[in-house]
Design a binder for this molecule. Structure first.
Ligand code: GSH
Length: 204
């Protein structure tokens, strides 16, 4: 299978971490909807990445669907609990982390527009989602080791990729001082090969 994603996408990274945790072979095709000649919309009409192209030619999106699929096809390192309530709990964490990453990506995109077209109100609206979201993640994690129960799950993957994206694009945010428990979670995640091997390259 092929994964289409740039190295900097938090959603693409979430999929790459899951592929690594589950030891699934794949080919990474680095592409972005921002590349002028990209063909992503032929696979995903929404024109977004990541897209997972299955060996039979079927495209899968979005990242939440892809990681659910990957967890189902391999019994290695189950990341979504079998029990329904626990699974929904993990997916709620994923939605929260992805929502924060969504707001962060939207700010990055807005700031790439000509300055006179940027909306300060709209940026502030997205920033408020990030701030409230981080507050909620930190409160819900409290002093526990992992987001859900006492095991590493997709919730930790999603939160870790979201925090990694904030580090990449919003270094001035200094979320780690405001939320030391999230900084500790990041430290725990950073030592995993799946996170180390998928760290986004520093912006040039
Ligand atoms: N909910 C989607 C979000 C994907 C997404 O927003 N990807 C960004 C790159 S990080 C993108 O493709 N943006 C292009 C666009 O919105 O046109 C997912 O989880 O896969």
């Amino acid at each position: 299978m092929k994964l289409i994603s740039p190295l900097t996408s938090p959603f693409g990274r979430k999929v790459r971490v899951v592929l690594a945790e589950k030891h699934i072979d794949y080919q990474l095709v680095e592409d972005s909807p921002l590349n002028p000649d990209n063909q992503i919309a032929t696979l995903n009409p929404l024109g977004k990445v990541p897209v997972l192209l299955l060996d039979d030619g079927r495209p899968l999106y979005d990242s939440s669907v892809i990681v659910d699929y990957l967890d189902q096809i391999s019994p290695v390192s189950k990341l979504i609990p079998a029990e329904h309530r626990q699974a929904i709990n993990v997916k709620r964490w994923e939605a929260l982390a992805d929502g924060i990453a969504d707001a962060a990506v939207l700010i990055v995109m807005e700031k790439r527009r000509p300055v006179e077209q940027q909306s300060a109100d709209w940026i502030a609206r997205q920033q408020a989602k990030i701030d409230r979201g981080l507050e909620c993640v930190a409160t819900d994690l409290a002093d526990r080791k992992w987001c859900v129960g006492d095991a590493f799950t997709l919730a930790d993957v999603a939160v870790g990729c979201m925090l990694g994206y904030l580090d990449l694009r919003f270094s001035e945010l200094d979320w780690a001082s405001r939320h030391p428990n999230l900084a500790e979670l990041r430290t725990r995640l950073d030592v995993r090969a799946s996170f180390g091997d998928t760290r986004p390259p520093l912006p040039v």
